[in-house]
Design a binder for this molecule. Structure first.
Ligand SMILES: [Zn+2]
Length: 203
């Protein structure tokens, strides 16, 4: 079954990639096979990293943007609630607007954008190909405002200081090569990494 389980938007600003020669990783969308390109090559998620949607739990409404229904792994929900409560005590509001992303929903987004005339090569500068987004793992959360100015907010400031303590890492920070886009609003629950490298998000 090559038609992948999912397509996940990665809310990327700009990646500036082109389809690489020499990368043979492909995905199939609407029965057409596409090369994922250098931007994504080597980053396909291991199937064991992908969350089982039936095991996910909802982030409490008060921490969700406009009562969005946002789901993550139970352990991620618990860690996020603790972190959001700690932030609130510092007068900082941590509000999520995305967590686990449904395969079907995201596949439709890519498919629809291509129907509107966009090309796969252009889309994957902004959208993770099926099987490549951390949102598929149920460990990633996007926080409000999920856009470039997030990096200038007190929320970001607070997270840089405190998120590691709760097991969250800025997993898509500035990439000095200029190749991968930065997503300062995207936080990934990976306590193992945080423990082995206390300041992974420092740029
Ligand atoms: Zn994200």
């Amino acid at each position: 079954m090559k038609l992948i389980l999912a397509v996940f938007v990665l809310c990327v600003a700009v990646a500036g990639s082109t389809v690489a020669e020499g990368c043979d990783e492909t995905v199939v969308i609407d029965s057409v096979e596409y090369n994922v390109g250098e931007r994504w090559c080597g980053q396909r998620l291991d199937s064991t990293a992908v969350a089982d949607p039936t095991t996910l739990v909802r982030i409490p409404e008060q921490f969700c943007f406009e009562q969005f229904r946002i789901y993550v792994r139970p352990v991620v929900r618990d860690a996020f609630v603790l972190m959001a409560e700690a932030a609130a005590a510092d007068s900082v509001d941590l509000i999520a607007d995305s967590g686990f992303r449904s395969a079907t929903f995201q596949a439709r987004i890519i498919s629809r954008r291509m129907e509107e005339g966009d090309t796969f090569e252009r889309l994957i500068r902004f959208v993770a190909p099926p099987g490549y987004s951390q949102h598929e793992t149920g460990r990633a959360l996007d926080l409000v405002p999920s856009e470039a100015r997030f990096v200038y907010t007190p929320v970001y400031e607070w997270l840089k200081e405190n998120a590691a303590e709760f097991g969250f890492v800025e997993s898509l920070p500035e990439d000095t090569s200029g190749f991968a886009a930065r997503e300062s609003w995207h936080w990934y629950y990976l306590p193992e990494i945080v423990e082995s490298n206390p300041s992974p998000a420092t740029d």
